[in-house]
Design a protein around this ligand. Structure first.
Ligand code: GLN
Length: 490
């Protein structure tokens, strides 16, 4: 049996029927990880305890116990998500020796569902970036072609799935960090509605935007894994009391009653590359042939979303990252040769060494936007425009069930070609940030390849708490396109 190529849902059936052991599954993925990781750098830490847990699950299974929802399935976890006893770095020097004394709710839920943590995946430092190149542990490479970036910030999580190092992974998405790498790596990525997944124990970047979610080989797997991750948590007061539906059981690819909105401001964008535009048009034709109706809708303030996002995320980051002062935990500068004259020097030497360039840029920008005299003009105004965007979004989705757009304007770009001007990089987040600003669920599904033979995804956005509709359209696309190509690593 070709274990590596099986999906999460397929592996689950094989394991529960006793056709393969948890140990066999875990050891295959571990082998693949150990073989590929030196070249791809998808993992910062490989979990040596994975096989032991697999053994234990096999023992329990033999005794007749029913295993949990993710019975013995290896899952790769973004290294922003705290795992008790296992190093969690946020890809920063600041946390290079940090071993969390407690686990995040996301990890606890995975563990309780009997998933196996196969390792902690690479990311942009503190999840700030779109290419995985800001990681203190070096860039992750795209398994489709190692000259290209896997996207970011959850680049390692997407590369782990595309490279058959794990059947599924967990990423986080503040402004596109699940969907954009999923698109660049030819896999499925779901950012659930804000409040669906607890942020407790996830290293905070921008708390009003951060949301964890699954990265998988197909839509069914995303539905299965999302259900385990979501739910009210008393440790995060922003989590919702809404019931978490069984999205996998609810999957329905019948498009005959579905109305899909095309936000005209996205499609007017002259930024979209021709190959992306062609694949999107083919997807629209496919969905029409399955009976879906299309409608032009408008999000008039969409052009402000990049500015609003970068004001809000940097402001929140400047506040969230103030805790890394080297006093209680995290990197501390070496003061043995030259003592700090005062506490400010202690902080600035410590923080100056701990953070990379992009993280410093965001802290400085955010501190400026929050400072007295500028707060009203920048932060407060951004919050007001965010509210306008939210209203426009609700209005657009009163006319249709799902919005469809590109995920990114292009396929993956080559490593090291990043623009010197950070604003150009920020502009690449045009299509993804709105879903975070309005708190809506959004999905990225593969729809083919570009001129450079790299994958392309389509984005589906839904009403708050209506993950089912975007998963349904994603399922219809997947069934219609039947993409068989995969990265040439197995
Ligand atoms: N690329 C965006 C940024 O750099 C999104 C990051 C994210 O979602 N974590 O902020």
């Amino acid at each position: 049996m070709e274990i590596l190529k099986k999906s999460l849902t397929q592996l689950k059936v094989h394991i529960s029927k006793g056709e393969i052991s948890c140990e066999a599954v875990t050891s295959q993925f571990l082998q693949q990880t150990k073989k590929l990781n030196p070249g791809i750098n998808a993992f910062i830490t490989i979990n040596d305890g994975a096989l032991e847990k697999a053994h234990e699950l096999d023992r329990r299974h033999k005794k007749g116990e029913t295993l949990g929802e993710l019975s013995g399935l290896p899952i790769a976890i973004k290294d922003l998500i705290c795992t008790r006893g296992l190093k969690t770095t946020a890809a920063s020097k600041a946390l290079s020796n940090f071993i969390p004394p407690y686990s995040s709710t996301v990890f606890r839920k995975l563990d309780e569902a009997d998933a196996i943590n196969i390792g902690k995946t690479n990311l942009d430092e503190f999840a700030m970036g779109s290419s995985n190149e800001t990681s203190f542990y070096g860039p992750c490479k795209n398994p489709w072609n190692k000259d290209y970036v896997p996207g970011g910030s959850s680049g390692g999580s997407a590369a782990a799935v595309a490279g058959f190092m794990a059947p599924a992974s967990v990423g986080t998405d503040t402004g596109g960090s699940i969907r954009q790498p999923a698109s660049f790596c030819g896999v499925v990525g779901l950012k659930p509605t804000y409040g669906r997944v607890s942020r407790y124990g996830i290293v905070a970047f921008a708390s009003s935007l951060d949301q964890a979610g699954p990265i998988t080989k197909n839509v069914k797997d995303a539905a299965l894994l999302a259900k385990v991750l979501c739910g009210r948590d008393k440790m995060d007061s922003t989590t919702s009391y809404n019931e978490v539906p069984n999205w996998l059981e609810g999957l329905n690819s019948d498009m005959s009653k579905v109305v899909i909105g095309l936000p005209k401001e996205y499609f007017n964008s002259d930024m979209i590359d021709n190959d992306v535009r062609s694949r999107i048009n083919e997807t629209i034709v496919l969905l029409k042939s399955k009976g879906a109706r299309f409608k032009d809708v408008s999000l008039p303030s969409l052009s402000t979303s990049i500015s609003v996002y970068y004001l809000i995320c940097t402001s929140e980051a400047s506040s969230n990252l103030s805790r890394y002062d080297g006093v209680r935990y995290g990197h501390r500068a070496n003061f043995s040769k030259r003592k700090a004259e005062n506490i400010l020097e202690f902080y600035s030497r410590t923080r100056g060494e701990a953070f990379g360039e992009e993280v410093k840029r965001r802290i400085i920008t955010g501190t400026f936007a929050l400072s007295s005299g500028y707060y009203e003009a920048y932060y407060l105004k951004a919050c007001r425009v965010r509210r306008v965007l939210q209203d426009e979004y609700v209005k657009a989705l009163s006319e249709c069930d799902v919005l469809l757009s590109p995920v990114v304007s292009s396929t993956a770009f080559k490593l090291g070609v990043k623009d010197e001007n950070p604003l150009n990089t920020y502009n690449n987040d045009l299509f993804t940030t709105a879903a975070n600003l309005v708190g809506a669920p959004a999905l990225s599904v593969p729809i083919g390849f570009g001129e450079n033979k790299m994958p392309i995804g389509v984005q589906l956005m839904g009403r708050a708490y209506d993950e089912q509709s975007i998963l349904n359209v994603g399922q219809a696309i997947e069934e219609g396109l039947k993409i068989k190509e995969h990265a040439n690593v197995v």
